[in-house]
Write a protein that binds this ligand. Sequence first.
Ligand SMILES: [Zn+2]
Length: 493
Amino acid sequence: MRKQLAAFSFLYFLVISTFAQQVSELAKATTPAIATSRAAALRSPAKVCGACIRAHMEFLASDALRGRGSATPDELIAATYVGSELRQYGIDPAGDDGGYIQRAQLLTRVVNGPPQLTFTIPGNGTPSREIARKHGSEILVLHMSQSEVSGPLQKIDLAAGEQKVKPGAIVFLKAKEGKNPRATMIAAIQAGAAAVLVSEYPSIRERWQETSRQLPQLPSQLKGTAEAGLGEGYNLVVVSQSSVPALEHLPEGTTIHLAAPTTTSDNSYTWNAIGILRGTDPTLQHAAVLLSAHLDHLGIGEPVKGDNIYNGADDDASGTTAVLELARALGAGQRPRRTVIFALFGSEETGGLGSSYFREHPPIPLKDIAANLEFEMIGRPDPALKPNTVWLSGWERSNLGPVLASHGARLAGDPHSDQNFFARSDNYVLAKKGVVAQTVSSFGLHSDYHQPSDDLAHIDFKHMTWAIESLLRPVQWLVNSDFKPKWNKNGKP
Ligand SMILES: [Zn+2]
């Protein structure tokens, strides 16, 4: 169902754009006052254009774009729209073949048989032996990020208190009777476990039947790049009570393997939209500024209250709109001293794939990008902050936030330090390669996050317009200044 619908979306777009042209012709003929004021706004470097913000949001977060699913034709439509807007603002194309679009080839891997859990005793040369074979009865794979993973066994008994995870270990957690071990499983992954095996627990026992019918899904990868962009791999396996003794009897350090038969194909793509405004000052040639957001979201998914379109209005049509609006203002003003790159990434939601491709294929050398501001989820205020404030992820990691704040940005530190937002967007992909890269946001952990209800009806346009306006002058200052932000001690990831 989903695939077939996707094939129709190009046609659908053509119909929409012709309709939109007719409507705008009509608007020109009948409402000159509005057309003039919008036109004036379009040329103004000093003010944000409220109508432009609404226009971007109403297109990008509309049901017509079907949630801009990562690596779908809907994502390509969003990228094409962004390129077409950048063209109007006088921003030059910096994608493939003289256009705005940058296309990245992906590898998709499909698990086509039950995953297996086996072991080898190190040094004794015996072939691998099975611990649990029957997927759905003896083991249940909740999540796999690689088609195979192996490592030394580390046994942790949750009843016996805390124990440090050895990085790279396959951790076997013995759950406390009657307790849900989920938090401990996640903590073990974050501490560097290659996989976590857990003995079955009550809440999973209830879901076992239903979950066991599905084989795990593997995330897509960028073709030609081994390194993951965002988020480390994680592998979670539940082991049935009947298979627990087999694991318990193995000595610590036994090599455990988890493998699933997969087929790989490379016939899918993700799309970025990239524009560039060349700076005038040759002394700042190696200090460009990158303004970015992600244009993809979750697409069509499980219906919630009858709605299956995950519009992603806040996440991240709002950030995409901020970058477009800054591009419009910078394009309308005097050419800045520093080069500014505008990048709207695809497939952020599936692991920062678009930004990882950009990082490997930047329009100027990566070392010549002095700062990156990513914009994420500024469509609603964060109740954890003072009114009229937005936060910058990883505030304490560099001097970028404090210096922008001293030039008028209403920026504060991220009030949700336990959420690790610094490592949860495209900025992190670039920061790992040295670029001082941080994310501006006002996400306040609202319950519409990654739900179909993250839609236009829940956008606070007053806040969003204020947020973009508040950043306009600080960004104009940044792109005309000599300031090169630096990581603080231990700030660089
Ligand atoms: Zn996002």
